[in-house]
Design a protein around this ligand. Structure first.
Ligand code: SF4
Ligand code: SF4
Length: 409
């Protein structure tokens, strides 16, 4: 696509990157058909090609209006469009640039500004988020229905975390929201890895990976979170740690892009690239060890499950099909799930800010997941897990929690 960027951005690193991305787009529209928001709304501007054009106009110096912001806000950042684009357009990176500009050029209504500020301030603080969640659960009947529906009905116990005893060591990200809503996930991963000779540890003070604030368009705050996590992990690099293991694919997708996000920061670029290179999703780690795990499951009854691959796993990290393949290798009976490439509507904080579309996408996803009579739904990201669980009639769990339970049976 021909571009003529405006002076304010032309000779900046962001401008050069945006231009390179825009030039790759041939406007073919292959991406549009698979875009969940285009499927819901049928508006060209609510699909990737339309949004790319809106961003191009903005970057070329045309007026930026609330309309542009609305269409960018409605985007799930699922990056399904990247998977289908034949030209390799990195839509996710372009929309980060577009959103940063639109945020500085338009003003949101005060109530919306306050809601966004509250989420970016309180959610990444595990202690505060835990208190908010427990208060919300205690006073659920007094809460507005939309908010009450987002709260878990119960919080599972984490269970025993095995003491480090193996020569092979990996580090898990504690994260911000996951230890509050599903504290059993990392503990289950530690137990499963311990059985096959890998000790999993968490680094103190690591906190949020930065995804929450970065994708809420507090990009500088998100970058600070990334630097803080690098500072917490860096002392472990070179101490025999094999990998940084991600049990929430949303966090994993972000940490894998630390090298990209911090490439222009001389103090962090090298460290960020190293940490990104050492990052693995748990599916990758256990897929490599499946030959060891298989015999441990011999004689166990394995259930019929539907696997929901989060967008952050299949489109961001390009690990399409890996979760399903691993579960099949381990003996799970996989139910076919139509339209598995489509987002469930959780999408980070999307469901808090675009509840109508998030709800519709959830309904469609639950129908698809339950269409071939699974006993339960398994997934790989806390956001998808809690979002789908609020609409499903079968249990929804992290796959490693279920695997841990089968190993203990
Ligand atoms: S599929 Fe790729 S090249 Fe075609 S319109 Fe979409 S982003 Fe542009
Ligand atoms: S990221 Fe997802 S919602 Fe956004 S334009 Fe691409 S396919 Fe559509």
């Amino acid at each position: 696509m021909q571009t003529n960027l405006a002076e304010f951005i032309r000779d900046t690193p962001e401008g050069r990157e945006a231009e390179a991305i825009l030039r790759k787009c041939v406007h073919c529209g292959f991406c549009t058909a698979t875009c969940p928001t285009y499927q819901l709304l049928g508006d060209e501007n609510d699909g990737p090609r339309g949004r790319i054009y809106l961003m191009k106009q903005m970057l070329e110096g045309n007026e930026v209006t609330e309309r542009t912001r609305t269409h960018l806000d409605r985007c799930l950042t699922c990056r399904n469009c990247e998977t289908t684009c034949p030209s390799g357009v990195m839509y996710g990176h372009l929309v980060d640039i577009g959103r940063r500009i639109v945020e500085t050029r338009t003003e949101r209504p005060p109530a919306e500004r306050f809601k966004r500020w509250a989420v970016k301030t309180f959610f990444p603080r595990t202690g505060v988020f835990s208190l908010m969640t427990r208060l919300g659960m205690a006073f659920r009947p007094l809460m507005p229905a939309a908010l009450a529906g987002k709260l878990p009905t119960s919080i599972p116990a984490a269970g025993r975390w095995p003491a480090p005893r193996h020569a092979r060591k990996m580090v898990a990200l504690a994260g911000c929201v996951q230890p509050v809503l599903t504290p059993d996930t990392n503990a289950a991963a530690a137990r499963v890895l311990d059985r096959i000779g890998i000790s999993l540890v968490e680094a103190p003070g690591a906190g949020c990976c930065g995804a929450l604030r970065f994708h809420l368009n507090y990009q500088d705050d998100g970058l600070d979170d990334m630097r803080r996590l690098i500072d917490a992990w860096w002392p472990l690099v070179g101490q025999g740690v094999e990998a940084f293991v991600m049990t929430a694919s949303g966090c994993g997708a972000t940490v894998r892009e630390y090298g990209y996000h911090l490439k222009d920061d001389p103090a962090y670029a090298e460290k960020a690239a190293r940490i990104s290179a050492m990052t693995r999703d748990l599916t990758e780690v256990l897929d490599a060890e499946a030959a060891q795990l298989g015999p441990l499951l011999r004689g166990r009854t394995m259930p019929r499950v539907a696997f929901h691959p989060p967008c952050s796993l299949q489109h961001w990290q390009k690990l399409r099909g890996l979760g399903e393949a691993l579960l099949a290798k381990l003996g799970y009976d996989l139910a076919y799930v139509p339209d598995a490439h489509l987002c469930c509507g959780s999408a980070g904080t999307y469901s808090l800010f675009q509840p109508e579309y998030a709800e519709q996408l959830k309904k469609n996803k639950v129908t698809a997941l339950q269409s071939n009579a699974p006993e339960l739904v398994l997934t790989a990201n806390v956001g998808c897990q809690t979002h789908i669980a609020s609409g499903a009639t079968v249990p929804v769990r992290h796959w490693v929690v279920d695997l841990d339970e089968r190993l203990n049976a």
